[in-house]
Design a protein around this ligand. Structure first.
Ligand code: MN
Length: 411
């Protein structure tokens, strides 16, 4: 969709690079002293969505109902036709000069409102879709074996995470405690010594289905939008506990998500074909003739103000559509509000790795920071932000904002 922006419209008056009419990400926001509601961002302002929709004579009754709640939940459940109607109406209003005066009454400065988790998280699945990341972790954790496990190119590996510990950007992260491996083979209990990040992209699901399976071609009916994810990880706890059932307490203490949900429709210009498949795929995963579900999103990992990595999402081996098809192929249904993340995004280069495990090669090659200090894993007081941008239509940019968190001492 090429949006028009009339002179005098709120897009014309307020849009900034990355937050123009091409983007229009959603959030749950509360003006000072007021209840939370659904908002859409233009520039550094947030528009009150229910106020704008209720004043719009062209809005359907289904749309009015879907935007009435405190967050995205009702909209996610309403399904794709309503998602498309909302975006079309907001694009028309925000680009219209005639609508500007009325909309301006419902516009708030983003710095003057409280943002909260944009949707109620149902089930959470975390994948492992980056070949570079999986290869690096294989070399670090299992140096005597092949870098990739034999199944890796045949299915998108994932595990069920903990939905209740998904937290909004800005939430402090207490250092987790747990059992840590020791050289003598006897674990000790205490604060993690190898606290890490995972730079990921997350996919917000709407329009639940009671039982599977969601075909590749139908992914667009269920993937509503994208956020940035920091899947905090305690590598020592993880290394001790993960055999043979996989990640557990080393992963489940906190997963941070960004506060603006970028609709899939804003990312048409960012769609990319995934890398060439080097193993034949089962039919339900075979995307050789499917619309491309890779995304050219550029991530940036910032530690205490210093950029330490720029992971590229475009090279991810498994796509969002394949992950969705895989998690439902056994008959498991979806619930509106389900959420899945890509797994750590790592590129081919050292400065494109999406975890400190890889950036410091498990502590063997510490990072030299601009301050002159060396570091391998996170210290108390460190703040990590992950930012993301993608190409928009006509040379514009789509900004995802940031997911940030600060490490607090163990409780
Ligand atoms: Mn992860």
């Amino acid at each position: 969709m090429t949006a028009t922006t009339e002179n005098g419209s709120i897009a014309w008056k307020y849009a900034t690079e990355g937050f123009g009419i091409e983007n229009l990400p959603y959030a749950s926001f509360a003006p000072a002293g007021q209840e939370a509601r659904l908002g859409v961002r233009i520039g550094n302002s947030v528009l009150d969505v229910p106020a704008a929709v209720n004043a719009d004579a062209a809005a359907s009754s289904a749309l009015r109902a879907a935007v009435a709640g405190p967050n995205l939940d009702a909209l996610l459940a309403a399904g794709r036709p309503v998602w498309e109607e909302l975006r079309a109406r907001l694009t028309a209003l925000i680009g219209s000069a005639a609508a500007a005066a009325a909309l301006e009454e419902n516009l708030h400065d983003v710095d003057a409102v409280r943002l909260q988790l944009p949707f109620t998280v149902a089930d959470y699945v975390d994948f492992y879709a980056s070949e570079n990341h999986a290869s690096n972790v294989g070399r670090i954790f299992r140096p005597d074996q092949a870098a990739l496990t034999p199944n890796w190119k045949h299915l998108p590996i994932g595990y069920h995470g903990r939905a209740g510990t998904i937290v909004p950007s800005g939430t402090d992260i207490p250092r987790p405690k747990g059992l840590r491996p020791e050289p003598d083979g006897v674990p000790t209990f205490g604060p993690s010594r190898r606290l890490d990040i995972e730079a990921e992209v997350g996919f917000v699901i709407g329009a639940g289905v009671p039982e599977g399976e969601v075909k590749l071609a139908d992914a667009g009916d269920h993937i509503f939008g994208l956020v940035l994810v920091n899947d905090w990880s305690a590598r020592d706890i993880q290394a001790y506990e993960y055999v043979p059932l996989g990640p557990f307490l080393g992963k489940s203490f906190a997963t941070s998500v960004s506060l603006w949900v970028v609709p899939v429709q804003a990312l048409d210009a960012a769609r990319v074909t995934p890398p060439a498949r080097t193993k034949p795929l089962a039919g339900y995963l075979d995307d050789s003739n499917a619309e491309p579900w890779g995304f050219d999103i550029a991530l940036e990992v910032v530690l205490d103000g210093q950029t330490v990595s720029r992971p590229p999402v475009a090279g991810m081996y498994w796509t969002a559509a394949q992950m969705l098809a895989h998690m439902t192929v056994n008959g498991a249904g979806l619930r509106s509000g389900d959420f899945f993340a890509s797994g750590t995004v790592s590129g081919t280069e050292k400065n494109q790795r999406g975890s400190f495990l890889e950036l410091s090669w498990s502590g063997k090659e510490p990072l030299k920071l601009d301050s002159g200090r060396e570091m391998s894993f996170l210290e108390d007081g460190n703040t990590v932000g992950i930012r993301g941008t993608a190409p928009g239509p006509g040379g514009t940019r789509i900004n995802f904002g940031e997911v940030a968190g600060r490490i607090r001492p163990a409780r």
